[in-house]
Design a binder for this molecule. Structure first.
Ligand code: SAM
Length: 240
C-alpha cells in the first residue's frame, strides 16, 4: 500500500484531487492511504503563525522551524537512520523529479511531503528533518501543493492494478529505454484530411511495433536528444 502524508497550510487544495480519478480510486480501493494535514494545527501562538520575516532582510516571509519540525516529527518521527518515513520537501532547488525517482519512491517506505509557501522554508528544517528535496522543474510556483500533487499522481499510476492496462506504463514516455512515446491515433481514420498512418490499421503487429519504435526514436531525437545520449543502446536504431 502506498502511504502518503502531506503537510500544508492549504489542505483544502487537496480535496477534489484526492477524491477524483486514479488517486480517488486507489484510495477507495485501499491501494493508497493519502492524507493532507493542516500545518497550523501544530502552531501554538494565538495567530497560528507559520512564518516570519527573513534574517538579513529581503522580501517576503520564511516558514519557521516551529510548527514545521514538531509537525514533521509527529507524522514521521525524528530524523534518524531508524525513521520509517521518507520526508520530502518540494523545492525549486531540489533534485529534478523524474520517472526513475518516482518508480523508486513508489516501491519505498511511507512518504511525507512538506509543502513550502512564501519565500520557502527555514534551512534548519531541511537540515534537521528532511531527507530529500525534489523539484518539478526550473520555474518557481507559489507553493509546494501543486508539485506534491504532481508527485502523487505519478506515484499512484505506478501502483499495481491502478491502471486498467498495466502495459500502458511500459510503453509510456521515459520507459522502455528512456525514450518518448510516439504519436497515437484513434477513430475516425480520416479527420479534416489527415489520415491515420495505414500501418496502424494493417493488423500486422510486428510491423506496428517496429513502426512505433521508429516513431518513438525519431520523436525523441527531434525533441529530447539528451534522452538518447543517456541510453546509448538507442542511438544506433532508426534513421537520421
Ligand atoms: N524563494 C524560493 C527560491 O527562490 O528558490 C522559492 C520559494 S517558492 C515561491 C515557495 C514554495 O513553492 C517552495 O518552498 C516550494 O515548496 C514550492 N515550489 C515552488 N516552485 C517549485 C518547484 N519548481 N518544484 C517544487 N516546489 C516548488
Amino acid at each position: 500500500m502506498l502511504e502518503i502524508d502531506i503537510l500544508t497550510i492549504f489542505p483544502e487544495l487537496f480535496g477534489p484531487f484526492l477524491n477524483t480519478a486514479f488517486v480517488g480510486m486507489a484510495r477507495r480501493d485501499g491501494a493508497a492511504r493519502i492524507e493532507a494535514h493542516d500545518l497550523r494545527h501544530w502552531a501554538t501562538d494565538r495567530h497560528r503563525s507559520v512564518d516570519d520575516t527573513p534574517y538579513g532582510g529581503g522580501p517576503g516571509m520564511v516558514m519557521t522551524p516551529e510548527p514545521l519540525i514538531p509537525a514533521i516529527e509527529e507524522l514521521a518521527g525524528p530524523k534518524s537512520p531508524e525513521r520509517k518515513v521518507h520526508v520530502i520537501c518540494l523545492s525549486p532547488q531540489g533534485k529534478a523529479l523524474d520517472q526513475d525517482r518516482l518508480t523508486d519512491l513508489a516501491a519505498g517506505p511511507p512518504l511525507l511531503f512538506v509543502c513550502g509557501r512564501y519565500e520557502g522554508i527555514d534551512q534548519r528544517v531541511v537540515d534537521l528533518a528532511v531527507d530529500e528535496e525534489l523539484s518539478i522543474g526550473d520555474y518557481v510556483l507559489s507553493g509546494g501543493e501543486v508539485p506534491t500533487m504532481v508527485a502523487i499522481e505519478g506515484l499512484v499510476r505506478l501502483l499495481p492494478g491502478v491502471l486498467g492496462n498495466p502495459d500502458s506504463i511500459e510503453t509510456e514516455s521515459f520507459r522502455g529505454g528512456g525514450v518518448l512515446e510516439g504519436p497515437q491515433y484513434t477513430r475516425p481514420p480520416i479527420y479534416r484530411g489527415l489520415e491515420v498512418p495505414p500501418i496502424l490499421r494493417s493488423g500486422d503487429h510486428g510491423a506496428i511495433d517496429r513502426w512505433r519504435r521508429d516513431q518513438a526514436l525519431d520523436r525523441t531525437r527531434a525533441r529530447r536528444p539528451e534522452l538518447l545520449d543517456a541510453a546509448p543502446e538507442n542511438r544506433s536504431e532508426g534513421g537520421d
